[in-house]
Design a protein around this ligand. Sequence first.
Ligand SMILES: NC(=O)C1=CN([C@@H]2O[C@H](COP(=O)(O)OP(=O)(O)OC[C@H]3O[C@@H](n4cnc5c(N)ncnc54)[C@H](OP(=O)(O)O)[C@@H]3O)[C@@H](O)[C@H]2O)C=CC1
Ligand SMILES: [Cu+2]
Length: 352
Amino acid sequence: MPDEMARPLIRGRGGGGGGSRHLEASVSEPGAPVIGILGTGDFSRSLARRLVASGYQVVVGSRAPKRSGALFPEEAEVTSQMEAANQADLVFVAVFPEHHSTLVELKPALAGKTLVDVSNGLQIKLDGPSHAEQLADLFPESFVVKGFNTISAWTLQMGPRDGSRQVFLCSDSHKAKSSVMQLCRRMGFVPVDMGLLSSSLEIENLPLYLFPSWRIPILCTLLLFIFFYLYNFTRDILQPYIKSGKSVFYKMPIETVNVTLPSVALVMLALVYLPGLFAAFLQLWWGTKYNRFPNWLDRWLTGRKQFGLCSFLCAVLHAIYSLCLPLRKSAHFKLLNAAFKQVKAGTGGRVG
Ligand SMILES: NC(=O)C1=CN([C@@H]2O[C@H](COP(=O)(O)OP(=O)(O)OC[C@H]3O[C@@H](n4cnc5c(N)ncnc54)[C@H](OP(=O)(O)O)[C@@H]3O)[C@@H](O)[C@H]2O)C=CC1
Ligand SMILES: [Cu+2]
């Protein structure tokens, strides 16, 4: 990773046009605001590179500027937190929210300036205050803008790609938000205005919502798999063994798995359609389409895609297993046939 970071982000001549992603590392343009970054972690380094590449003058504030200086591009100045806060017109706070309070001594230097809070939560918070709101409470004389938390250090480093170009922004100050939006566009991202700072909780939760939507469908798939596997194991393997001493334990890894998969796929498919039926029933019961569904049903309805994909995965696995089984059987048959022929011919040679 340090090698990655040391490599210049952008090489060669840039293509020009405003929307071009191929910006060359250029000397800052006169009149462009000086951008400060507090913190020298992964996010700060990637952001500094992208800002420098977009033609901004960058000043980074660190508790230990000497130690961190080497990790930043030459064009960025790495100095003390106070110095950076004094010099910058707009400041990114790339410090974890639990350390925001250690920055309060910068309050006079940051007064009247725009602070961009890029922090993410560790878990979904349903009610406030958000990190951005807490930062705004700590720095009442500054203008806090929430944003960039949905952009990873990696995306900043590599340059915006399709799909992760949107930057969600919100702030109580229209002017501060506009200046961050402009900066966003110049870095090649697409700003999305999310309104006032009260939306910051929603923005902070966004990155945490992507994976958890898979948790319940995957858990369901696993539980169903275990249930059907145990059932098939008892029926096809254990029962013949206990009853007549027939040992068919070799079926466990392939055949039993293969009869289990379609059952799981079908039940998961049913779970895709079932909440729709519940919803329709509730709407008929209420006599209106405009009531809110209970929370559990709402979550189930929004998770149908994941349930469907899990079902599809099981079906595909079943298809692959089913195709492979006859191949295995015919190979087995050929081997036996060859052995039989050799024995019959009296060659007694090796079969292989
Ligand atoms: N990494 C990522 O991909 C993303 C990160 N973010 C957000 O960016 C912020 C920074 O993340 P990241 O760069 O990964 O974190 P790091 O841990 O890599 O960096 C945090 C930096 O904070 C500085 N800092 C200032 N005060 C303190 C203190 N009291 N204790 C510890 N460190 C302090 C340190 O710099 P120094 O020692 O020089 O003062 C340190 O390098 C976080 O809020 C995170 O949620 C958001 C989106 C993506
Ligand atoms: Cu089948």
